[in-house]
Design a protein. Sequence first.
Length: 162
Amino acid sequence: MSCGKTHGRHENCVCDAVEKILAEQEAVEEQCPTGCYTNLLNPTIAGKDTIPFLLFDKKGGLFSTFGNVGGFVDDMQCFESIFFRVEKLCDCCATLSILRPVDVKGDTLSVCHPCDPDFFRLEKTDFCIEVDLGCFCAIQCLSPELVDRTSPHKDKKHHHNG
């Protein structure tokens, strides 16, 4: 399959991946975490109901958008994010919520690269975007542990045996 070509509904790998992500999130939300596939939201990860992901365009660029435009909510800070959570899916059109990137102190960041050194965790938001998944060529799932990750204990030290 090549990007940008017209395909049937079941020939788009990004659509299929987002459909699976939504099914896994709904399985957790409905308190039915068992299934016939490997679940990224393993029942041993208590309280996790989000599989964050990145989307890539046909040139390999990361898709990004903005949350809290105008600064009306929470810390009043507009932010850019490349991290998403699927909320609804109808054919290949999806409602994605924008996950807010924050630093280790909990301050909102604008993140355009997943390896940003200040990026520590993601928080769910009510900011959404409607997308045509057929416009994307790649999807990368991230660890559910990134959502509401807790700060590391400062008293822990790494010991190296020599």
